[in-house]
Write a protein that binds this ligand. Structure first.
Ligand SMILES: Nc1ncnc2c1ncn2[C@@H]1O[C@H](COP(=O)(O)OP(=O)(O)OP(=O)(O)O)[C@@H](O)[C@H]1O
Length: 280
């Protein structure tokens, strides 16, 4: 494993890192088992306030499982996970989840098709899916419209979610994930299913977000190096539930590490601040 990332020192008396309050996520010796399968094993990972992580790995590597741990949607079988200073398993996850923005295919499938786009975004503030109040506060609506505008879909606020294209849905969910001003933003394959133009547009918008110093800490799961938005600072490469390499993006994203992660002899090319990979 590449140890490019400085892991925080653990306090010998408590087993907790000394600077836990500076860490958005701290996973230590984490394993997740389901039905005899090791989804994650022996995983250490720390995310600091100003970091933007990309989590890369092949199908079944454990990426979504790791993101669910960070989203306080899953408990580790072994080891400990702290999110925003709270220990998973010892905290009120419902309160904690309001501090985390999370988009995934599972969130997408929970949105009612007849929900208006603006309501999908605003309702995140009430931790409900589905419009339950006749009128939201004007401030909430303004905030939702701002977020939709920042993602280039201000014109879709009154459309029904079920009528949106795949790319428009992804952007709506990213706006929703930001609605509560989260301290941690988790994006599970935000560019999956998008055409080339849609992908490039999303990468550019995520890049803007990543470069915004006021934006929350971020972790983005993807299968493709082409989808890494400029401004992302760190990378965690996962294969078969284990870390292949983790640390600063420039140190970790090498042809050698990528080849080990995907089990193929890969060439990695860099053009400006974007990456491209192909088999040798
Ligand atoms: N409840 C479960 N019981 C048994 N195995 C499971 C369970 N949930 C997930 N798995 C397995 O754990 C492995 C990791 O799943 P996970 O969804 O985290 O991978 P991933 O890297 O996100 O994959 P993908 O890129 O295909 O979405 C997969 O092999 C999956 O089949």
């Amino acid at each position: 494993m590449n140890a490019a990332h400085d892991t925080p020192r653990d306090d010998a008396s408590t087993g907790q890192p000394e600077n836990l309050e500076d860490l958005v996520v701290h996973a230590s010796g984490v394993g997740v088992r389901r039905g005899g399968n090791k989804l994650l094993a022996d995983l250490d990972w720390s995310v600091e306030l100003d970091e933007r992580w990309v989590i890369l790995g092949p199908n079944g590597a454990g990426k979504t499982t790791l993101l669910k741990l960070a989203a306080a949607e899953l408990h580790p079988t072994t080891g400990t996970v702290h999110v925003l200073g709270e220990k998973i398993g010892r905290t009120d996850v419902f309160e904690l989840r309001t501090r985390i923005g999370f988009t995934s295919a599972a969130v997408n499938s929970r949105v009612p098709g007849d929900e208006k786009v603006r309501d999908v975004v605003v309702s995140a503030g009430y931790a409900v899916m589905g419009r339950w109040r006749e009128r939201y506060d004007e401030l909430d609506t303004e905030r939702a419209d701002e977020l939709l505008a920042a993602l280039g879909i201000a014109h879709l606020g009154t459309r029904e979610y079920g009528t949106l294209s795949e790319g428009e849905r992804k952007r709506t969910l990213i706006a929703r994930a930001q609605m509560t001003d989260p301290e941690l933003l988790l994006l599970d394959e935000p560019a999956a299913g998008l055409d080339l133009g849609g992908r490039e547009d999303l990468v550019a918008r995520l890049s803007e977000l990543a470069l915004d110093p006021d934006a929350p800490a971020m972790a983005l799961v993807t299968h493709h190096v082409e989808e890494i938005p400029p401004g992302f600072t760190h990378a965690l490469l996962l294969a078969e539930g284990r870390t292949v390499a983790a640390g600063l993006l420039d140190d970790v994203l090498t042809a050698e590490n990528l080849s080990a992660t995907f089990g193929q002899d890969l060439v990695l090319e860099r053009s400006g601040d974007r990456f491209f990979a192909r088999r040798r």
